[in-house]
Design a protein around this ligand. Structure first.
Ligand SMILES: Cc1cc2nc3c(=O)[nH]c(=O)nc-3n(C[C@H](O)[C@H](O)[C@H](O)COP(=O)(O)OP(=O)(O)OC[C@H]3O[C@@H](n4cnc5c(N)ncnc54)[C@H](O)[C@@H]3O)c2cc1C
Length: 306
């Protein structure tokens, strides 16, 4: 594997920008993490396909990142290439006629949600207030515990490395709570969302309630990745379990289990990934010991394997 060869081959050769030793802290909502050996921002399908071919030739591992709102990057960083999408992957078409929105994976999810509201197209209200990109949302099946974006996906176009473009019908994908059956080695490029005409005032009211609930229950103003753990099956919530163990406000370095919400770990300034992992482990192990619940992480870890 040669990151240097990949960097040289990618420099100026494709419709993509390339950088070495890219600091990832500024690419994640946690504001934590070391550098990626390489970062490529692909502006077109051709640029992306060429990037993947070069990375495969040079055996450089890669991962695609949206806005990094569900990712914790290790303090050592990532010894591969982080791929970002932009350019033609940021296009969006709203069709009021057939009640659909087709948007590129790089579109900000809040932009898509707002476009749906402006066009009086209902179905994405549960995504109000969720940061990140459409690609990240489809990959994570973002939403609430009981409603998620997958239910609105009519189809997804993705790039299968070495296999070209693939189209997945939304109805053929298994969508579950923060999970999908979409192949994890594919890069989501675009999704079409099937919505329903609705009364805009009613939609606005619904979204206001959801946003108010979110603001009153979740910590505001400090970097985080949203929920750290998935909620366990049943009605119990990960946040309540952590709280019941007396862990609200527990601190390690610059990281803290939010005093307002047991499922949020916030960066109070200068937190390291190691600080966050210490608190994740503390919460997980304490809840397992005292409540018998084996919480699973929702946040994706990057660069911890080396
Ligand atoms: C304050 C806050 C509140 C949040 N609230 C919620 C909530 O209510 N509900 C919820 O579901 N989530 C919530 N989240 C988590 C997060 O916003 C979502 O998971 C979001 O959908 C992630 O999008 P992203 O673009 O940031 O993806 P990233 O964090 O960059 O990536 C997440 C995963 O998706 C993959 N991915 C990203 N783009 C693509 C692509 N184009 N193709 C293939 N894979 C891709 C990445 O490889 C990674 O595995 C919250 C986060 C924060 C910070």
């Amino acid at each position: 594997m040669s990151v240097f060869n990949a960097y040289m081959a990618l420099s100026g050769a494709v419709d993509a920008e390339v950088a070495r030793d890219e600091p990832l802290a500024r690419r994640t909502s946690y504001r934590i993490g070391g550098p990626a050996a390489l970062r490529v921002t692909a502006h077109s399908y051709a640029g992306l396909a060429r990037t993947l071919a070069i990375l495969a030739d040079e055996r450089v591992e890669w991962v695609v990142l949206g806005r990094g709102t569900n990712v914790l990057v290790s303090d050592e960083g990532y010894d591969g290439c982080v791929i970002l999408l932009d350019g033609e992957f940021s296009r969006m078409t709203v069709s009021a006629e057939d009640a659909t929105i087709t948007a590129g994976a790089a579109c900000a999810l809040p932009t898509v949600v707002n476009a749906a509201l402006r066009a009086s197209l209902s179905g994405l209200e549960m995504c109000a207030g969720i940061p990140g990109t459409l690609g990240g949302a489809v990959s994570m099946n973002a939403g609430t515990r009981r409603e998620w974006i997958g239910r609105r996906v009519r189809d997804v176009v993705s790039l299968r490395p070495g296999g070209g473009l693939v189209r997945h019908e939304g109805g053929e994908v298994d969508w579950g709570y923060r999970s999908t059956s979409l192949p994890t080695d594919e890069i989501i490029l675009e999704a079409t969302l099937a919505l329903a005409p609705a009364d805009r005032a009613a939609m606005t009211a619904d979204m206001d309630v959801r946003l108010r609930r979110r603001r009153s229950a979740q910590p505001q103003g400090l970097p985080s990745c949203g929920s750290v753990f998935r909620n366990p099956p049943g009605d119990e919530s990960a946040g309540r379990l952590v709280e019941s163990c007396g862990l609200l406000g527990a601190t390690c370095g610059g990281a803290q289990i939010s005093p307002e919400h047991g499922n949020f770990i916030v960066n109070r300034g200068g937190a390291t990934a190691a600080d966050v992992v210490t608190l994740i482990t503390l919460a997980h192990d304490t809840v397992l010991e005292r409540c018998g619940v084996d919480l699973a992480c929702e946040v994706k870890l990057l660069g911890f394997g080396r």
